[in-house]
Design a protein around this ligand. Sequence first.
Ligand SMILES: Nc1ncnc2c1ncn2[C@@H]1O[C@H](COP(=O)(O)OP(=O)(O)OP(=O)(O)O)[C@@H](O)[C@H]1O
Length: 371
Amino acid sequence: MSESVVSAVASPEERDAEATVRPKRLSEFIAQERVREQLEVLLHSALRRGSPPDHILFSGSPGLGKTTLAMIVAAELGGGLRMTSGPAIERSGDLAAILTSLAAGDVLFIDEIHRIAKPAEELLYSAMEDFRVDVIVGKGPGATAIPLDVEPFTLVGATTRAGLLTGPMRDRFGFVGHLEFYNGTELTALLHRSARILGVPVTGEGVEEIAGRSRGTPRIANRLLRRVRDYAELRADGVVTLDAARAALRVYDVDDLGLDRLDKAVLAALVETFGGGPVGLSTLAVAVGEQPETVAEVCEPFLVRAGLLARTPRGRVATPAAWQHLGRTPPNSAFPGQTGTQLPGQTAGNGMFSGGAAGAPDLFSSADEAE
Ligand SMILES: Nc1ncnc2c1ncn2[C@@H]1O[C@H](COP(=O)(O)OP(=O)(O)OP(=O)(O)O)[C@@H](O)[C@H]1O
């Protein structure tokens, strides 16, 4: 897994650091207005009725706030919170033990719920629907099912891959909230809040610079803020200014669109070595000295979303914006009808991340490469 400063995935240590700035209530949660408002109605109407709300599923890329919202659900409901993850539940007995120890009104959070083992998933169905689990004792013909009651609880599931959830699982969630990438204004507000909590002095320009390089992701924004703070404390007067942000992010090799060393190497190979493509994934990976999976799973999602790379049936292609980002002129024949004069990320800090590959050529955005 990438250890880049712009990775959307957090280490366990980083999750501890994140706890300080994590919003505790719905009113502190920035952006995602639609999900926030729907949740508010769901939770507060359940509170008025005095019964648990429907089970809740949050989907979206890593670092957008799924765990934070699960914690907020428990806080708003005033219940206890149990946290686990799909891969951690190896046997259905593990899950039965958790379920039967819940108190009425508790929230059970299962992260990466799409990775839960099949027998545990089936156990979850009856717990979600009837607040009951059948624990199987013994094996073979002598096995007996012992029904156990589960206190009324709310399951909050989180997934980065909603498409991998089985139909029966998805159907048991009464509320599904999809989290979008954040735009520059939203990330700026989020960074001002984090800076206030951390006691870091910032200027508006400094914060906007960090927001524009954060790939639409709160986790990355908060991490870049901590890195720029370190730099400003060591090499400047401790204030996160535009100059401090630019200098610090140069040290970390994060460019003005939020691309790191490997992202840039992929684009440079595509444009300079392969004339803009199309080129196959494995050839591209060899050219940058990485595994194909790393290029496909770590670099490409953001390059595609930023409108810099397209996956086509014939291979990977650099868009005109990629050429321009590297200071090169795209060949006219590469993308008929595209002038290559507008870089999708030039408005970074505003529209770039507001829900997909703004500026990415539609022609190529959904096509996948046949390798
Ligand atoms: N809307 C928001 N307002 C303020 N802070 C946020 C918001 N969304 C996320 N954050 C912050 O970003 C960090 C990452 O959020 P979180 O852990 O909830 O992401 P996640 O979607 O659960 O990621 P993963 O899929 O990796 O578990 C946390 O520090 C959290 O406080």
